[in-house]
Write a protein that binds this ligand. Structure first.
Ligand code: SF4
Length: 792
């Protein structure tokens, strides 16, 4: 097979001219094949610590200089400052420390507040094909984009364009479509509530619900799984609950890399005596020991032990494991005369327990142990902990959601929590941890392809129009529709669509088939380089920058993982006088597109964000007195029934659900691959080529795999292999990965995304939620000709 053998990449189909011209390796950011220089060293024994402080300072000083670093980082996550643009972890309700950010947050801020600039001269000097040949990290390092840039049809590079011309082009292309459904409008989780609400309003006035978002790819399974069982698709805890928990189950989640300040709460809980259980195929450093950079004494010692129990579940063995823990609880409860399960709670607040108990009775222990990969003894230990702990919190992330059975995974966690009444009380609850700063808020204010009739009716009443009621396209369906030529204009409010989505080559073809692709961005990324016939980059203000509009200086608002809505005020001068805020860009597009058809003055809304917030208050429940309450330091909590023990399902009861244990037929030497992040990246943004927690430096094309699996295949550490994914008869290939023996269950493997997104079929999605199943990809390994590299 060659690089071009993937059926999904087009197979026998004729590719459009631009896609055919684009080197396939460049589309997915692959380096030259001879350059796979990753080095493997010692894994970190603890997370954060002095190394983290040095990494933070080094990155900040390099990008911003010393004075600007101190000034900028001092405002991150403060009540009068700006919200970290990275993950959605909440800030303390009460007093805050001078340092309320982690290494990742500091890198994200430094990346935005960098002094480097990608000017029109830079774009004139580099053709798009030249830029495509560069790594993601190189693209990121070119700095802030300072002017709207246009790629004209047939041109090989971007050129500067005025805002008026850019808006006019978007408007004319949108208005030339045969139907509004021929356009799709993506939102990344960085967009503020104000920008997102205005965007959703414009898109529905234009006439479509094609509003895919990054939540389609990260927590769609959580939203559906929770909504069906407890009536709300969000966390039911507050940050302060961690201090009161007796036990915390951290499932399919790597807080040390993805939500580092969660470690502060886990450390506090551990010091209070809480037992922390890590459920993960990989033993992640952040859950082993933590050296809190906020506590100088902690830096000197070995750090605080975090997880007291590690359950090395097989990739996608979570349903089996969670069923095993609950089956053991039920057996113990019967033996103890009914003193372990929360029978009163089950009787008065839930439904469906008997069906679940019967299903668990019929589930053989052999299958539970074999499919979970966790021993009966460890399952007993975890079950005993859940059984004797009065207050338990369950958190999870994409290790749970990105599977074909992602919804079942989420609902299996819910089953466990309900059986012990671990919800709706202080120190208990469920918490899907969100990966991007306002991904939850965007959904709350209307970014969803299938918002319900009550939202649409309220929006229509507020603005005097009839929103479309037909469901729109989510992210996967948008890719498929672009590929089929049914969507011809793509607009991305933030994000790096090409690198975030599955099936990279297929997605690249899909984008290349558009008439126009538009990206609202701060910095250059790969999505700007695989374009429609014409392409625009519309540069916007960053979170750290002040936002001056016609009615004076503005602030925006965001919602964190625990449903707190709060203000975010930038304090730096914008990177360029040409930049517009996201609401102003949305308003510009809306006016150019809708003209006299608009029943609202978009420019007036963008001039004063209080006006947008007043409309949100009228349309979205829970935002009463929005403008006053969001000005209070720390903001306010949105209503959350299950947090108060009130389930907002149609029956008013929480639902137990029954799910079969998923089976993976892994014959023929297959391994089950999960995609992961390195410590030097945030989502698709690559800050460096190291992952010190896992001992990797100078490269990212590595495959973590069990030594016994290597032995069985007569492979050795340091060898280069191609990864070939199997989906029905389809084969996809990612080339030249260095083998790294690792502590991971037999039959499993892990490698970084976005490099491995090429292996994820666009059609391999979670049942019900349609979320890409990026964490259970059957692969085989094919040895490359090159010999073992020295020093591996
Ligand atoms: S934990 Fe998340 S939100 Fe908090 S500073 Fe780190 S990256 Fe930013």
């Amino acid at each position: 097979m060659t690089r071009n053998d993937s059926k999904s990449a087009g197979g026998s189909e004729a590719e459009p001219a631009r896609a055919a011209r684009t080197p396939r390796a460049a589309v997915s950011g692959e380096p030259p094949l001879e350059a796979t220089p990753a080095k493997v060293g010692h894994r970190a024994r603890s997370a954060a610590g002095i190394t983290s402080i040095f990494a933070t300072a080094e990155h900040g000083f390099r990008e911003m200089g010393v004075a600007r670093t101190l000034e900028t980082l001092g405002a991150v996550n403060q009540k009068d400052g700006f919200d970290c643009p990275s993950c959605a972890w909440p800030d303390p309700d009460g007093e805050r420390k001078a340092v309320e950010f982690c290494e990742n947050g500091a890198k994200a801020v430094a990346s935005e507040a960098t002094r480097r600039r990608a000017t029109p001269a830079f774009f004139a000097a580099h053709s798009i094909d030249e830029l495509l040949a560069q790594s993601d990290r190189w693209l990121e390092e070119q700095g802030r984009i300072v002017q709207p840039m246009l790629r004209r049809a047939g041109s090989d590079r971007y050129e500067a364009v005025t805002w008026d011309d850019a808006f006019a082009l978007v408007g004319s292309e949108l208005n030339a479509l045969a139907s509004p459904n021929e356009a799709s409008f993506y939102t990344s989780g960085r967009a503020s509530n104000e920008a997102a609400f205005l965007y959703g309003l414009f898109v529905r006035m234009f006439g479509t619900n094609n509003l895919p978002d990054c939540s389609n790819m990260c927590h769609e399974s959580s939203g559906l799984g929770l909504n069906e069982t407890i009536g709300i698709g969000k966390a039911t805890i507050k940050l302060e609950d961690f201090a009161d928990a007796d036990a915390i189950f951290v499932i399919g989640q790597n807080p040390g890399t993805c939500h580092p300040r969660m470690l502060t709460e886990l450390e506090r809980a551990a010091k209070n005596g809480a037992k922390i259980v890590s459920v993960n195929p990989l033993p992640e450093s952040g859950l082993i020991r933590f050296k809190n950079p906020q506590h100088p004494l902690s830096l000197l010692g070995a750090g605080t032990p975090i997880a007291s129990l590690f359950l090395p579940v097989r990739v996608n063995g979570d349903v089996a494991l969670l069923k095993g823990i609950l089956k053991q609880l039920i057996e113990d409860d019967r033996a103890a005369g009914g003193s372990i399960l929360a029978h009163d709670f089950i009787r008065s607040h839930t439904e469906g327990f008997e069906a679940l108990a019967s299903d668990l009775d019929a589930e053989p222990w052999e299958r539970i142990v074999a499919e979970s990969g966790v021993s009966r003894e460890l399952i007993r230990e975890a079950s005993a902990l859940a059984g004797r702990s009065e207050r338990v919190i369950y958190t999870w992330a994409m290790g749970i959601t990105q599977h074909a059975n992602g919804v079942a995974n989420v609902q299996s966690i819910v089953n466990l929590a309900l059986a012990r009444g671990h919800i709706g009380r202080r120190g208990t609850g469920l918490c899907p941890v969100r990966g991007h700063s306002n991904v939850q808020g965007d959904r709350t204010v209307g970014i969803w392809e299938k918002m319900g009739p009550s939202f649409l009716a309220a929006l229509g009443r507020e603005f005097g129009f009839e929103p479309p009621s037909e469901h729109g396209l989510d992210t996967v369906r948008t890719i498929q529709a672009m590929h089929a030529g049914r969507v011809k204009v793509f607009v991305g409010l933030g994000g790096n669509f090409l690198s975030a989505t599955p099936d990279t080559h297929y997605t690249a073809q899909a984008l290349a088939r558009c008439r126009l692709t538009v990206h609202v961005s701060t910095k250059l990324n790969r999505s700007h380089l695989v374009t429609g016939e014409q392409a625009l980059i519309l540069p916007c203000l960053g979170r750290s920058e002040w936002d001056m509009q016609a009615m004076g200086e503005q602030f925006v608002t965001v919602e964190d993982t625990m449903g707190v809505v709060h203000a975010s005020r930038g304090m730096l001068a914008p990177a360029s006088r040409e930049l517009l805020s996201e609401p102003a860009i949305v308003a510009g597009i809306a006016q150019a597109t809708l003209g006299a058809r608009a029943s609202v003055d978009f420019a007036a809304l963008a001039a004063d964000y209080d006006r947008i917030r007043t409309h949100i208050e009228h349309v979205v429940p829970g935002f009463t007195d929005y403008n006053r309450r969001v000005r209070e330091p720390g903001g306010f909590y949105l209503p959350n029934g299950p947090r108060e023990g009130r389930f907002t399902t149609p029956s008013g009861r929480a639902r137990f659900t029954v799910h079969p244990i998923p089976r993976h037929e892994l014959g023929g030497g297959k391994l089950l691959l999960m995609t992961i992040r390195s410590h030097d990246q945030f989502n698709t943004t690559i800050y460096g080529e190291a992952d010190r927690y896992r001992g990797i430096t100078r490269g990212r094309r590595v495959l973590f795999v069990n030594q016994e699996d290597l032995d069985e295949r007569e492979l050795a550490a340091g060898m280069l292999v191609d990864l070939v994914s199997h989906h029905g008869s389809e084969r996809r290939r990612a080339e030249a990965f260095k083998l790294v023996p690792y502590t991971i269950p037999r039959g499993c493997a892990a490698a970084y995304f976005p490099e491995t997104n090429v292996l994820v079929p666009v059609t391999n999605v979670a049942a019900g939620s349609n979320q890409p199943a990026s964490k259970s990809i059957p692969i085989t390994l094919e040895r490359r000709e090159s010999a073992v590299e020295a020093g591996a």
